[in-house]
Design a protein around this ligand. Structure first.
Ligand code: TMP
Length: 394
């Protein structure tokens, strides 16, 4: 066996499966969440995967446009794309509610988004979006109707698709010979450095390193020519990829990044075993922190009922005994309950109730944006609980 399990995050429900009043008391299905490392390809992935239909359907609650940080990052990227690559036709795989495509003219961009409840948002705005899973069949269909594309962008999507063979064959069908593929996903290096084990949940099948991604890409005659490090989502990489036959110059960031990964030990199973030990320690520290505060009768709420926080809450057994409720700006999460741990999720009304002492940051990846927004809470002595790089109060 080339795959070695190195991390066991216990029994977990599907991360975005928010409960409602009707199904809250029914028995939830839970699955063992284990993470493994492939000795040959260096790919890190979760062991048990689910069908796309189970995870990405017309009840999908996630909206990219919920954070100003995200909107700004995509706006800046769009400017860079227009200036540097001047594409006439762009395709986005995983266009969600249009946070990226809205930066382009309607005849310049095509979106693919299988969650029909989300795709209707862009369709209503008259964008050319397809409510379908990315596949060779769809790629051929789009090619026939719109021709080949100059640039493909996909953020936080490829890491959600098990069958990468289908993904890259489909990309090769529609991407022009001199076209550019831009992929953006959480960085494995940052995940290990920051101990953000909550990057692992049923939807995040892969957390890529540049080394692993390159090993995958070469099978499809694709190669990385530049890597930008981003602060978004707790440290992501933006990979600029070309067809290998294309003569585009390889930027030095590619080798620098790969070297950093090798120096950190991302090719070596021992690095992952050490990470797993840090994760266990982090769990105990977080539990102790909550216990200590609750014993002092402190009121703790959660901020951002993220899919990531499903992993933390279930792994650390954090329930309403520790957190009274979560606040979230996403309509489809409000008046529901967190998967597995059944903590109520309330609508964010623009302020924090006066009796709240501590906020657990489920959306820690938007910490700076949230701190700015909650300056009154901070001024009044309110504090935050964060689990990365280790559990602490800030
Ligand atoms: P993500 O980390 O998976 O992108 O999810 C972020 C979640 O946090 C999403 O449900 C929206 C929520 N959120 C808020 O409720 N308020 C905020 O200010 C921000 C930035 C996010």
């Amino acid at each position: 066996m080339n795959r070695i399990n190195f991390l066991d995050l216990g029994y977990q429900p599907l991360a975005n499966n928010y409960l409602n009043k009707n199904n809250k008391n029914k028995k939830e299905k839970k699955y063992r969440l284990k993470v493994c490392f492939n000795k040959i390809t260096k790919v890190v992935s979760i062991e048990k995967t689910f069908s796309s239909k189970m995870m990405f359907n017309n009840r999908y609650p996630y909206r990219s446009s919920m954070s100003k940080t995200m909107i700004k990052s995509l706006k800046n990227l769009s400017k860079l794309i227009k200036k540097k690559y001047k594409p006439k036709k762009i395709l986005e795989i995983g266009s969600n509610d249009g946070a990226f495509i809205k930066n382009f003219k309607k005849n310049e961009i095509i979106g693919v988004e299988p969650c029909a409840n989300v795709e209707t948002i862009t369709k209503k705005l008259k964008y050319n979006t397809y409510p379908e899973y990315w596949s060779k069949k769809l790629s051929k269909k789009i090619l026939k109707k719109n021709g080949a594309v100059d640039l493909i962008y996909s953020a936080n999507t490829i890491s959600h698709i098990k069958d990468l063979n289908e993904v890259f064959l489909a990309i090769n069908i529609i991407l022009k010979k001199d076209g550019v593929l831009i992929l953006e996903d959480p960085s494995l290096l940052e995940c290990l450095k920051r101990n953000t084990y909550d990057q692992f949940y049923n939807e995040h099948i892969y957390v890529f390193s540049a080394i692993a991604l390159e090993n995958i890409l070469k099978k499809y005659n694709l190669g990385i020519f530049k890597i930008d490090k981003l602060s978004i989502h707790g440290g992501s990489n933006r990979y600029f990829i070309k067809k290998i036959a294309n003569k585009r110059k390889i930027n030095k960031s590619t080798n620098i990044h790969k070297k950093n990964e090798i120096n950190y030990g991302l090719e070596n199973i021992n690095t992952y075993k050490k990470f797993a030990n840090r994760v266990k320690k982090s769990k105990n520290q977080l539990i102790n922190l909550f216990d200590k505060l609750r014993k002092k009768n402190k009121k703790i709420i959660g901020y951002g009922a993220t899919a990531k926080s499903t992993t933390i809450l279930n792994y650390c057994n954090i329930s309403t005994k520790s957190i009274d409720y979560f606040l979230d700006t996403t309509k489809d999460k409000q008046n529901k309950f967190t998967p597995g741990t059944k903590i109520p999720i309330l609508k964010y009304k623009g302020f924090i109730e006066k009796d709240v002492n501590y906020i657990f940051l489920g959306a820690w990846n938007f910490k700076d944006e949230i701190f700015k927004k909650e300056n009154i809470f901070i001024k009044n002595g309110g504090k935050f609980i964060i689990h990365t790089p280790k559990p602490k109060i800030i």
